[in-house]
Design a protein around this ligand. Sequence first.
Ligand code: GLN
Length: 276
Amino acid sequence: MTVILAGDTIAAILRRAPVEQLEARMLIGHVTQLSRVQLITNAERVLNAAEAQQLATLFARRMAGEPMAYLLGEREFYGLSFQVSPAVLIPRPDTELLVELALQRLPQQGRVLDMGTGSGAIAIAIAHARPDAVVTALDVSEAALAVASANAHRHKARVECLRSDWFAALDGRQFDLIVSNPPYIVAGDRHLSEGDLRFEPIDALSDHADGLSALRIISEHAADHLSDDGWLLMEHGYDQAAAVRGLLAENGFGEVQSWRDLAQIERVSGGKKSRA
Ligand code: GLN
């Protein structure tokens, strides 16, 4: 293990950092509260004992595979910085597609529901881009809702945070748009034991079943909570687009379609509530 000592300069630590240079810079910046540019102009600044200790711990945790976002306590999504903790999934760039599609379909003063909000990234990105929107974010996890509330506060976004097991606490409430990035990884999928996913909350990643159970529940009940012509948009796994289009069609949605993410993978599917 690399020893980081009080009195070491930033330049010296970077030369023998045990993690990638970019990550080392980010972690040193986190510990010293210096920006990327300040790290360069302060290359001869020395670390004090507390900083050296903290940095050594962060390097060790990173080498053990912990995601950078959890070490830094934040991740950027849709141009905003979100607080994250192991209670929530780390926001993915792929999910920005869901935000784009939602914004394109949101009427003036539209009511939006984000189901399984986690860090609140989707709901808050929408509320931030469209201050006229009335946004509700729900999650079954109290710990996740605390993170979502903190993020809403951080971005002065008007988002109602509601504890609910999917539709359970919604009573008869109606929305103009429902979005969700639910747990959709199949139980036992090898990806769950690889990379960042090992450190993320399993209940946010997997339905512990065929991967479609949350997508199925949302598809079956969303229309009861949508206004006429309201859209349901759901993120899903790389091989689930056809199955999710099937769920939407079975449940009476029209204009059912899928959209591709940056990697050209069908990542979001949706449909419009057809008038009865
Ligand atoms: N997109 C995530 C992944 O595969 C999973 C997110 C989710 O289950 N909703 O890494």
